[in-house]
Design a protein around this ligand. Structure first.
Ligand code: ZN
Ligand code: ZN
Ligand code: ZN
Ligand code: ZN
Length: 479
């Protein structure tokens, strides 16, 4: 499922993000491979890619305009907004009912209807940008991005950005490649999310990578770019847009989660089409989909997997609704089936040690590996709390990994519990260091057995054990 070369690239990214080289064999990759096997078979590989079609239909353009109208709401009077939406033909969206407030059969939008909507100057075939601009007041100013501009100047700026969106060439991808999870919010396109490296939920990407249902959908320009992170270089795509897609294969249900950086109707449509194509592969025929954006319906299907550490956009994304206009989820399921639960995310293995699980979404590593460092003695990577201090004969201390500790022959003193080099251990008393031997023990003058100092007695400047002390006293009395 993952070639040696791909593994090496993956390890490069892990190393750049965490500063540590993964132990081998890589338990997180094994977990990914096992859990993603079904999605791998469904995709027929690590990803499916589709060239972005750069000749948008009128509907595509209007849908993007729709988004911009929401972003720049005060620029466009509400009736214009409503009217524009009516020229959209919903059947082209890949399924019915996405834009639920668009009535059916509006594709034969007539001049009469346009007039009725207040679009007097609307003509079929007229350029959309020109129509929109003509609807704006001739004079007046508008504050756009903190700068006051003429209303029509502001519009020109927004419109040029819209047109720019359609000039971009690239690819839409549906992927289960581990590196696409790691870089789900890491790019050179000036956007990020809480799943970015260093973000509040940076480790959540592992939860997605290791589960059974999550795929990364994204758009990029078709080229790889070079990244430099923590002084480490690697190459990967730079995501212009991204959305997580959760798929339950048995029930053929899919949730399309929040879009970053903003909702993009052209791209999310492509992604839905790609998912439909996958299910069509199983069924041999198109499915009759039921589509909903309803929060309740999403919640009956979405459930965080046990031990999952990612941020639950579907459950909590509503908090951000007003800010970017992002919706936080669309669900598609076959009309004839009961809604299924999709368990999103899981408890991921630590990408470095593979021994512990990562339980904190704020971290990429388990608590042991968070304290990783290199052994001052041999230089091997190890966990900070596995390093042991060893006392040398001169009193100074060295730190060593468990391996070096074993090699060194150092022993732990049963009195002070410190580790000591062999030469610092007592030669007369086993398991005790020289210092403790001298401080805590005395040799009995008579029987020559070493006893704890607390159990010895002094007499005439000499030490005796309890028995020999008694005898010494008796002898003295007899003398
Ligand atoms: Zn670890
Ligand atoms: Zn070592
Ligand atoms: Zn000791
Ligand atoms: Zn004695």
């Amino acid at each position: 499922m993952y070639t040696q070369e791909q593994k090496e690239r993956y390890e490069q990214v892990i190393q750049a993000f965490t500063r540590h080289k993964p132990d081998s064999p890589n338990a997180l990759l094994a977990q990914w491979q096992e859990n993603k096997a079904d999605l791998y078979n469904l995709l027929g590989g690590l990803k499916v890619e589709k060239e972005l079609v750069v000749t948008p239909s009128r509907e595509d353009v209007v849908a993007v305009v729709d988004q911009y109208i929401r972003d720049f709401n005060p620029l466009f009077p509400s009736p214009v907004f409503q009217a524009l939406r009516k020229v959209i033909n919903p059947s082209d969206y890949g399924y019915e009912g996405d834009y639920t407030d668009i009535p059916k059969n509006t594709s034969n939008f007539t001049q009469e209807q346009a007039t009725e909507m207040g679009l007097q100057r609307y003509n079929k075939g007229q350029k959309l940008g020109a129509v929109l601009k003509s609807l704006l007041p001739d004079s007046g100013t508008y504050v756009l991005r903190g700068k006051e501009r003429g209303i029509r100047d502001a519009f020109d700026l927004v419109w040029s950005e819209i047109v720019q969106k359609f000039k971009a060439t690239g690819k839409v991808v549906l992927s289960i490649d581990p590196i696409d999870y790691l870089t789900m919010s890491y790019n050179q396109n000036d956007w990020q999310s809480c799943h970015r490296i260093g973000g509040m939920y940076q480790g959540g990407v592992l939860s997605y990578m290791a589960d059974k249902v999550s795929m990364v959908a994204y758009a990029y320009n078709g080229k790889e770019v070079a990244y430099l992170h923590n002084g480490k270089e690697f190459k990967w795509n730079s995501k212009q847009w991204r959305q997580m897609v959760y798929i339950d294969i048995p029930s053929q249900t899919a949730i399309f989660s929040r879009e970053y950086p903003t909702e993009n109707p052209v791209l999310n449509k492509e992604v839905r089409k790609m998912v439909q194509a996958l299910f069509r592969k199983i069924n041999g025929k198109p499915i009759q989909w039921m589509v909903t954006k309803q929060q309740n319906n999403l919640h009956e299907t979405y459930e965080g997997g046990r031990g999952s550490t990612h941020y639950h956009d579907v459950q909590s994304g509503w908090q951000y609704r007003g800010q970017s206009g992002n919706h936080y989820g669309v669900r598609m399921r076959p009309a004839l089936q009961e809604p299924a639960k999709i368990h999103v995310g899981t408890s991921p293995k630590c990408p470095i040690c593979g021994v512990n699980n990562v339980s904190n979404g704020g971290s990429f590593l388990c608590s042991d590996c968070r304290n990783r460092c290199s052994c001052p003695n041999c230089g091997q990577s190890t966990s900070e709390n596995r390093l042991v201090y060893i006392r040398r004969e001169d009193g100074s201390r060295v730190r060593m990994c468990p391996h070096c500790l074993q090699q060194s022959g150092a022993r732990q003193c049963r009195d002070c519990h410190e580790w000591h080099m062999p030469e610092s251990m007592s030669t007369t008393l086993d398991g005790v260091c020289k210092k403790c031997r001298n401080a805590n023990y005395r040799i009995c003058k008579t029987c020559r057995v070493i006893h704890r100092r607390s159990q010895t007695y002094q007499y005439n400047g000499a030490n005796y054990c309890r028995t020999c002390y008694g005898e010494a006293l008796n002898q003295a009395r007899r003398a």
